[in-house]
Each structure stands twice: as C-alpha cells, then as structure tokens.
Design a protein around this ligand. Structure first.
Ligand code: UDP
Length: 305
C-alpha cells in the first residue's frame, strides 16, 4: 500500500519534472525571477540569505517574515509570490532532485524549518535566527489574514482531511475568509482545472499541502498562472490542523525532537527521513568542510544517489 502510494507520487513527480523541463515558458519566467527575487531586492529587511548544501535559506526572525508576507499580500505584484520552507528533508531530496533545488532557490521567501537546520547552520557559520516551520508560521499568517480580511484557498491532503481542516479553521478563526478547497491527490491532467478553480474564487493566499517535492514543483510551475498574491508550501499542515495527525507536545518541540515524535507516529512513512536523510545531511555537511569540492561531488554521486 505504502509502496504503491510512493510509486504513484514518484510517477506524478516524474511527469511533472519532464513537463517542467520541457516548459520553455516556465524556464524563461524562472530565469526572470532570478533577477527579481526578493533576496536581492529587499535590503531593508536584511535577509541573511545563505545556502546549505546548495539549497537556499533566508535567515530571518518571525516578525520580519510576517512583515514580508504581509507586504507581498498588500503590494499586489501581479504574480503569486512563492513561500517555501527549507528543512533537512527538503535539502536531502534536493540533492537528488535538481528541479526541487531549482524551485526552492527561486522562491520569493525561503524560511528555515527545524532543529536539523539549527545545528547545520551553526556548524557552517550561519546560526539560524529563528526556527520558522510551516506548522507554526502559517497559523500566524492565518491570524493576520482574519484580521485584515484576506481570503484563503486550501489545496492538498486527502478530501476528508482538507474538508475537516476548513471546518476547524472556521471554528478557530471565525472571520477568516476561506473561499475554497481542493484535495491534493489529483491526476497530472487535472492541474489546469485546479488552477482555474483556484482563480475562479480569487484567493489572496493559497496554501499548498502536497508534501515535498511535489508542492514546491507545483507552486513553481503554476505561480505565474495563479491570480493569488502568495502561495505557501505547507507540507503536512492540513493533517495537523484537521487533527488527523497529532502534533508533538510542546516540550518535545522545544527540545527539538518533533522529527522523532513524527517518526514514532508513522515509522513506515518516515523511517527514511530518520535512518537515511539525517545521517546523509550531516555527513554531507562534514564532507563539505573536510574535503575538496571534487571529492564531495564523488561522494554525493556514488554514495547518496
Ligand atoms: N499529499 C497530497 N498529494 C500527494 C501526496 C501527498 O495531497 O500526492 C499530502 C498528504 O496527504 C499530506 C501532505 O501532502 O497531507 C504531506 O505530508 P508530509 O507529512 O509528507 O509533509 P511534510 O513532512 O513534507 O511536511
């Protein structure tokens, strides 16, 4: 069952990658965005952008991140700004999946998520200012959305999950304008229809919860077609908000062991992240410090791909 699901997702990501590679339009647009990306053009916010194993991180505190996101929504740039989260999982997937790395690095804002990045950042001389994971950061944005009347669209997760998530969000933020939702288990031919559905209700914010790497690739491919102001790739957020998945108690989150709690909850789905990706992440960081570039490339290609 898990294998089958994994195969389906892999097939879909494969299709997306192929389409993505072929899409001259998207590539041209992304190239344009390299020049106009936030990191270079918003000096007033002092984004201390750095790259960990080639993947971008905008090292900022939560307050600044919320200000930037608010500005994105209010400035109306004519395209959906892409907000991503870099974490150990996405950085490891990006080592094998160049499209993902490309997409994350061309996001408008890439926030540091998780205790692994805290250690990695310190190790490479870029101490992380604040852990801004999507599960805490996005509700803070929804609170602002409720206060300012911004509309929200939920895209991702299973149908029952996203429905329940909308219902519980209505209870938690009674004035929040949720203008629509769509489940995340779709076929690749349905993408254009989903974009049309989203555009028909003119949301300000689109939350994309498809998991990595699908959500970053989907967002990068469609941001220029969406009439929304921002797209946030939120991973498993809907599972938490709908209470389908239980979040780690606060004390576990505070000591930086939420990843372990998730592993205990779903060992079949998350074993690879703990057994393969965490050691891979730290050994690559060590290798980067200790060995010359050529040797790093060989290690990455021979051992981890
Ligand atoms: N998902 C989806 N479509 C897919 C694959 C996954 O909507 O094709 C959803 C899945 O139902 C879950 C979320 O994406 O709600 C991914 O959760 P995960 O825990 O993997 O996210 P992460 O750990 O990356 O935050």
């Amino acid at each position: 069952m898990v294998e089958e699901k994994r195969k389906n997702v892999a097939e879909r990501v494969g299709v997306q990658q192929r389409e993505f590679n072929d899409s001259v339009k998207t590539r041209t647009l992304l190239r344009y965005e390299v020049k106009s990306g936030t990191a270079e053009t918003e000096p007033q916010f002092n984004l201390q952008t750095f790259y960990l194993l080639g993947t971008r991180i905008d090292n900022i505190d939560g307050d600044t991140a919320r200000k930037i996101v608010s500005r994105y929504v209010e400035e109306n740039s004519g395209r959906a700004r892409k907000i991503f989260f870099s974490n150990v999982h996405s950085i490891c997937v990006a080592q094998r999946n160049r499209v993902l790395k490309y997409c994350i690095n061309l996001g408008d804002l890439v926030l540091a998520d998780g205790s692994g990045l805290k250690i990695g950042g310190r190790f490479t001389g870029h101490p992380i200012i604040e852990n801004l994971n999507g599960t805490d950061f996005t509700p803070a944005i929804l609170k602002i959305a409720e206060e300012r009347g911004w509309s929200v669209y939920l895209f991702g997760a299973k149908l029952q999950v996203v429905e329940r998530c909308c219902m519980l969000l209505f209870l938690k933020y009674p004035r929040l304008r949720i203008v629509g939702f769509h489940e995340g288990h779709f076929r690749s031919g349905e993408e254009a229809m989903i974009v049309d559905e989203i555009n028909a209700v003119h949301p300000d914010i689109v939350l994309v919860a498809l998991g990595t790497p699908l959500q970053e690739i989907w967002t990068s491919r469609h941001a220029h077609e969406l009439k929304a102001k921002i797209c946030i790739a939120v991973g498993g957020l809907f599972d938490f908000l709908s209470l389908t998945r239980k979040r780690a108690p606060l004390w576990i989150r505070k000591i930086g062991f939420e990843w372990f709690y998730r592993f205990i909850q779903e060992p079949n789905a998350k074993w690879e992240r703990v057994i393969v990706e965490i050691p891979m992440f730290f050994s690559l960081l060590f290798a980067k410090k200790l060995f010359p570039r050529r040797l790093q490339k060989i290690i990455r290609e021979r051992v981890f791909s």
